[in-house]
Design a protein around this ligand. Structure first.
Ligand SMILES: Cc1ncc(COP(=O)(O)O)c(C=O)c1O
Length: 501
């Protein structure tokens, strides 16, 4: 089999192989039951590493196109799963809604999610965490890491984090296009701590801060605590609306822009290189800092542009990353990339907060990275997330009303559903909970819980749970649309949201 490869392309080689074989199967050139070349043969003919072929076959398997038979090789599936419609119809009018008095907060949701997870048979679409696959590897490596830990790591550790781990993370970030050395890194206790430290450092009560609307509700909670005045710039398919951004940069002189440029929470959208360049140019022009929180970086299926931090020549961007979404949230290991004069004051804040992040967790992550398992683990996670995303897209098409539209994220853990204007989403969520399905309405991701009716749905679940849970949600939504609830909302035309402390 000949696979033409473009080695200059930004598309990874394993995806080029996947695309080519996928076309051959869907076009009928490869028939159900046909055997694919062995991993070694294809690696030789395409002149690629065997691991690249394994990755390509892994994604094709996740796409439902091929399967492995132990000892016999890979074969085309008898029944190819129809691919979901991949052109997103997501195009919400950016309207402001006066909130109902039954609102949810970050804290309520977090507590409720932890509680519901204890109930047998519960399906929790509200959480943005990975499925616990590959736990055996992690347990084995954790035992080894702790067993090998030198005695001094059981004492107090460096505030900026262990040198070895910082070196490994710097190497990983260089591959993402960031020019980073270990001296630019501070290991944090999850990226939640990075958000808190950076915002405490840059923001005084009463300062204006710009966020995407919607955005990560954890960051909104920190901003509220700090007494910041927040402007929510509507988020479209391309990212934050840059015309509106410039308008508010000019009129309000905000101190900071908080952005999630890759696999945005909650929409799952990723901005283009051009959008990143323009956003940075605007921040430069209006003398504003950027906090780039890419918690889901690494979970992308197709290539993504380098982070905004990679374009930053004037120390204007602080970049946050985490192992919570790729490896384990319980380890609580994140990191911040800080260049220039802000490094020392941020490190001081870190010391005042918790002295240093867990030495044991750092040693486990470091050992995991050193073992070479991380790359394989990421690839497995990407394939299984892609498969789950596709199952969810099909279930949405099957069960949700036609008026609903949704984003089609390039990987990650969740997607965002824009629901009909007259739907009482809170009431749907409450009724779903009675049927053991936990879902987060869109409101906590908007300032003051305003915004258009929406839901964030995590797809890191088994196909059976996705199918069952979405059938419940779709039924409740359709039922409510037939028998409408009292209107909670009053619509206003497109504008940015602002919230004062
Ligand atoms: C955008 C974003 N930033 C930060 C976090 C916090 O992650 P961590 O577990 O690393 O603190 C989350 C968690 O959901 C998130 O979605």
């Amino acid at each position: 089999m000949k696979i033409p490869l473009d080695r200059q392309s930004t598309e990874p080689v394993y995806l080029q192989i996947r695309d080519r074989i996928s076309r051959l199967i869907r076009g009928g050139s490869l028939q159900p039951g046909d055997r694919l070349p062995s991993i070694r043969t294809l690696a030789e003919t395409a002149q690629v590493n065997k691991l690249t072929v394994i990755e390509a076959y892994g994604v094709l398997e996740a796409d439902g196109l091929i399967h492995a038979r132990p000892g016999a090789g890979y074969f085309v599936n008898a029944e190819v799963t129809p691919s979901p419609k991949l052109n997103s119809t997501f195009a919400p009018a950016q309207e402001v809604i006066i909130p109902s008095d039954q609102t949810e907060s970050f804290f309520d949701l977090y507590a409720m999610s932890a509680q519901v997870r204890q109930q047998p048979g519960a399906i929790d679409f509200s959480r943005g965490i990975p499925r616990v696959d590959g736990l055996n590897d992690l347990q084995r490596i954790a035992r080894r890491a702790v067993g090998q830990m030198p005695g001094d790591l059981f004492r107090y550790d460096f505030p900026q984090g262990q040198t070895n781990l910082r070196k490994q993370i710097a190497q990983m970030l260089v591959q993402q296009g960031l020019d980073v050395s270990p001296e630019h890194l501070i290991i944090t206790t999850g990226s939640m701590q990075g958000i808190s430290l950076a915002l405490q450092h840059y923001i005084q009560p009463g300062d204006w801060v710009i966020v995407e609307s919607p955005t990560f509700h954890g960051a909104l909670a920190v901003l509220e605590e700090l007494g910041a005045r927040v402007i929510g710039i509507p988020m479209a398919r391309e990212g934050m609306n840059l015309d509106l951004l410039e308008q508010y940069l000019r009129s309000h002189h905000p101190k900071l822009i908080y952005t999630i440029s890759t696999l945005h929470n909650p929409t799952g959208l990723t901005t283009s290189l051009a959008h990143r360049q323009q956003l940075l140019a605007l921040a430069e022009h209006y003398n504003c800092q950027i906090l780039e929180d890419n918690a889901y970086e690494g979970l992308n299926v197709e290539a993504v542009p380098a982070p905004i931090k990679a374009l930053d020549c004037h120390d204007r961007v602080v970049y946050l990353g985490t192992f919570s979404k790729t490896l384990s949230p319980g380890l609580r290991i994140g990191y911040m990339v800080v260049t220039g004069d802000h490094y020392s004051p941020l490190l001081k804040r870190k010391v005042l907060c918790d002295l240093h992040s867990s030495a044991i967790s750092q040693a486990i992550v470091s050992e995991y990275l050193a073992s070479g398992h991380y790359r394989r683990h990421l690839n497995r996670g990407r394939s299984s997330n892609l498969q789950s995303r596709n199952v969810m897209l099909q279930a949405l098409e099957q069960h949700f009303p036609q008026e609903a539209s949704w984003t089609i994220p390039n990987g990650g853990l969740f997607l965002w559903v824009h629901l009909p204007a007259d739907l009482n989403v809170q009431s749907v969520c409450q009724q779903a909970l009675v049927q053991n399905v936990l879902v987060s309405s869109g409101s906590p991701f908007f300032l003051d819980q305003q915004g258009y009716p929406a839901m964030r749905l995590s797809f890191s679940h088994s196909p059976e749970d996705i199918e069952r849970g979405l059938a419940v949600l779709g039924h409740l939504i359709k039922e409510q649309l037939i028998r409408p609830q009292p209107m909670l909302s009053q619509l206003k035309p497109l504008e940015a949201q602002t919230r004062s402390a």
